[in-house]
Design a binder for this molecule. Structure first.
Ligand SMILES: *Cc1c(COP(=O)(O)O)cnc(C)c1O
Length: 213
């Protein structure tokens, strides 16, 4: 596994150089859903600090066992009845879409970083608001005292050729720029290079680091 992390880091640095970006502009979120604690501890020892989980129940035991200094990203669909517990335990939530989540997050009694998830390609299988609702939802998040509104999250449709989804990342970058938002969570194992070229700041990478699920 150490090899996968080192190899990924090399590719990431090479891609940054090609795209004219600094490595320090990119946060690598290692998506550790289904990954056992032992593998995460190994990754921590290699220097990996940011981890992404998509289900609260699966993440909770790992949350208590990982060393101090671990930064937790919630990247899954955020059911409002779980939002309070997520806000109590995670540092960053990538999947804000509605007001009920914000009300529940408010009950956690702390302030976390949040990103609004936009469903740019309009895929019914995926979470996220339609682009037409962005102004309204961003307004709500920016009003919420428990969330620092940092940016947008996008999951591109799966395609064997990531060039086919470049437009999705480009559109997301335009929306973030139009709204003065600094963070863009986009790019996964199959399409992170294109996402990086289009301005991603947070790559959510699972299988390329931990192996196929
Ligand atoms: C699982 C997951 C990822 C990582 O996917 P890989 O293809 O394994 O890199 C990224 N983002 C979200 C929201 C996920 O659920």
């Amino acid at each position: 596994m150490g090899t996968a992390f080192r190899r990924f880091e090399e590719s990431l640095r090479a891609e940054c150089a090609r795209a004219g970006r600094e490595r320090s502009e990119l946060t690598l979120v290692a998506v550790s859903k289904t990954v056992p604690l032992t593998a995460m501890l190994e990754a921590f020892a290699l220097g990996q600090r940011h981890y992404g989980e998509s289900r609260l129940q699966d993440a909770l035991p790992k949350l208590t066992e990982m060393p101090k200094g671990t930064v937790w990203h919630f990247v899954g669909r955020l059911q409002s009845n779980k939002a309070r517990a997520v806000a109590e335990t995670f540092d960053i939530v990538h999947s804000l879409t509605n007001e009920r989540q914000l009300e529940e997050i408010g009950k956690a009694g702390r302030c976390i970083d949040g990103l609004v998830q936009v469903n740019i390609a309009g895929e019914s299988s995926k979470d996220g608001i339609p682009a037409t609702m962005l102004d309204k939802v961003l307004g709500m998040v920016q009003q919420c005292p428990s969330v620092r509104c940092r940016g947008l999250t996008v999951i591109a449709p799966y395609s064997p050729d990531p060039e086919q989804v470049r437009w999705v990342f480009r559109e997301a970058a335009r929306m973030a720029a139009d709204n003065g938002l600094p963070w863009l969570s986009m790019g996964m194992s199959g399409d992170w290079r294109v996402a990086l070229q289009e301005g991603a700041t947070h790559l959510r990478v699972g299988s390329a680091l931990f192996g196929e699920r």
